[in-house]
Design a protein. Structure first.
Length: 91
């Protein structure tokens, strides 16, 4: 909370100490329940209809993203290259 307060001011908290707004956004409200009938506010329905790529979920249903697999592959490739290089130096 202190790190966030250092870079994004002002922060607004509820009476329950729940973070409600960062840098004045959203302007009002704090953790209101959204109805599941699809008849929410225009902002809520726009967020619900956003594509998975726009929301950052990757559309994989909560699984790891492709970036995780690419990162693991890169680490493995560097590890293999290090082993090959070490064997060349020995023999």
């Amino acid at each position: 909370a202190e790190a966030l307060a250092a870079v994004a001011k002002p922060l607004r908290y509820s009476s329950d100490a729940m973070l409600c707004a960062i840098t004045g956004y959203p302007a009002s409200g704090c953790g209101e329940q959204v109805s599941g009938d699809g008849q929410g506010t225009p902002a809520a329905s726009a967020a619900a209809s956003a594509s998975p790529a726009a929301t950052g979920s990757g559309g994989s249903g909560g699984g790891p993203s492709a970036g995780v697999f690419v990162g693991i592959g890169a680490v493995l490739l560097l590890g293999i290259a290090a082993v090959v290089q070490a064997r060349r130096r020995r023999g």
